[in-house]
Design a protein around this ligand. Structure first.
Ligand SMILES: NC(=O)c1ccc[n+]([C@@H]2O[C@H](COP(=O)([O-])OP(=O)(O)OC[C@H]3O[C@@H](n4cnc5c(N)ncnc54)[C@H](O)[C@@H]3O)[C@@H](O)[C@H]2O)c1
Length: 256
């Protein structure tokens, strides 16, 4: 019961159906519930999110779904309110929603650039902005921002994604400095290559998968649970002295 009594809001958590491919948000939701938390799933994919939350309730857990477009400030205000109305408080926020964009510098349109900055950087900023007052009321909290190895090192593609994930990294450290004195901890997670609904199509192409695996010292990509384990640690009081840090979970890729 590593999250006993805690209330969590996880963005981008729709893909949480048992026996189907889960994303980091869905896998974290199950883990949080098993460890004693009550969880609000937020996502733009209402149909899948509602089904995931319903399946979690069928297993006896306290999970709900709220429609949340992380790029929209009013959606954040409503999602935080829905969480507090349902569960009485907010202790943990996981800023996990995201999309990919693989274009290089010249192929990145202004629309692609803005879309990536909006979903990753603005999304995490707005989530923190509206969750922090509730965490203050709760006497503290933990914010986990999902960045990427692409927020740490370069690659030949995905210009706007790299820029947006790097913004999430520093946004995390900046917020950590501001709220450390109020016991609101803010950390980033930097996953390497993982099988999720986001990457399934790309990694199903053998050459693409082989090319990624060849870059990873451990010689494989990971599943969502291996990332969710890190998110759980940062969400829980086990990481009570950890703030402003970056947890890299990448099979050794960025150690090279
Ligand atoms: N899978 C990987 O290899 C990998 C590696 C590093 C980082 N990441 C990051 O991890 C996070 C989770 O991705 P995942 O791989 O688990 O895939 P996923 O598809 O399960 O998660 C992304 C979710 O975000 C939702 N979403 C997209 N735009 C949204 C918006 N505007 N508002 C709310 N929800 C929105 C999608 O509907 C989806 O459910 C993303 O931020 C991604 O960039 C993934």
């Amino acid at each position: 019961m590593r999250l006993e009594g805690k209330v969590a809001l996880i963005s981008g958590a729709a893909a949480g159906l048992r026996r189907e491919l889960m994303g980091f948000g869905g896998a974290s939701a199950w883990m949080f519930l098993r460890e004693g938390a009550r969880v609000m799933l937020g996502d733009i994919n209402e149909e899948l999110g509602e089904r995931s939350a319903s399946q979690m309730r069928d297993e006896g857990y306290d999970a709900r779904f709220v429609r949340l477009d992380v790029t929209q400030e009013q959606d954040w205000i409503d999602a935080v309110k829905a969480t507090v109305d349902a569960f009485g408080k907010l202790d943990v926020l996981v800023n996990n929603a995201g999309t990919g964009a693989q274009q290089n510098v010249e192929d990145t349109t202004v629309e692609i650039w803005d879309g990536q900055m909006n979903v990753h950087a603005k999304g995490a900023f707005l989530g923190m902005k509206h969750a922090i007052p509730e965490m203050r009321r709760a006497g503290g909290g933990s914010i986990v921002n999902i960045s990427s190895i692409n927020g740490l090192v370069g690659s030949p593609t995905s210009t706007a994604y790299h820029a947006a994930k790097a913004a999430v990294r520093l946004l995390t450290k900046n917020a950590a400095m501001q709220y450390a004195g109020e016991s609101i901890r803010v950390n980033s997670v930097h996953p390497g290559y993982a099988w999720t609904p986001l990457t399934e199509k790309n990694f199903s192409i053998k050459e693409h998968l082989d090319e990624r695996v060849a870059r990873v010292p451990m010689g494989r990509i990971c599943d969502a649970d291996e990332i969710a384990n890190g998110i759980l640690y940062l969400a829980s009081d086990e990481s009570s002295f950890v703030t402003g840090s970056e947890l890299v979970i990448d099979g050794g890729m960025t150690a090279q």
